[in-house]
Design a protein around this ligand. Structure first.
Ligand SMILES: Nc1nc2c([nH]c(=O)n2[C@H]2C[C@H](O)[C@@H](COP(=O)(O)OP(=O)(O)OP(=O)(O)O)O2)c(=O)[nH]1
Length: 128
């Protein structure tokens, strides 16, 4: 699994899952599964286009393989939007969280350490 920590103007984009029922309502990094033959990076760009209708550019890799509660691992990159404006095409809602708001949403359990690892990247992140 790959996830994008999309940052704009010092805020992190969080997306609320619509399904499956056991995860619906929880907040996550946009992303998903890597297709066979696809690189992690290409999968992340593709998923963000499908889910948010934006083109992103990846920046820093955040940590290594983050274990997920339902099994598998999550690989995370910071990213910026280089085309479009994020819309929740497959999520229930989107929120842009400032550094003091990172825990205003209920992240999926596996994402909590990742959110803290992303925090230092919010400062000085330029962008619109
Ligand atoms: N995208 C994403 N998935 C996460 C995060 N944290 C986390 O535990 N997961 C889990 C939830 C799902 O079990 C799995 C990703 O599934 P997904 O539903 O996003 O992937 P997908 O769209 O490619 O899969 P599919 O349902 O289309 O087959 O990873 C996260 O931050 N982002």
């Amino acid at each position: 699994m790959v996830g994008a920590a999309i940052i704009s103007g010092g805020r992190l984009l969080a997306a609320q899952r619509a399904e499956p029922p056991e995860l619906a309502g929880g907040w996550e990094f946009p992303g998903g599964k890597v297709d066979p033959g696809e690189s992690d990076e290409d999968a992340l760009v593709r998923e963000c286009h499908e889910e948010l209708d934006v083109k992103i550019a990846l920046a820093a890799r955040i940590g290594g393989d983050w274990p997920l509660s339902l099994g598998g691992v999550l690989r995370v990159w910071t990213a910026t939007i280089i085309e479009g404006e994020a819309r929740p095409l497959e999520h229930l809602a989107l929120r842009w969280l400032g550094a003091d708001e990172l825990h205003d949403v209920l992240w999926l359990a596996g994402d909590l350490p990742v959110v803290e690892a992303v925090r230092p990247h919010l400062r000085g992140a330029a962008g619109p």
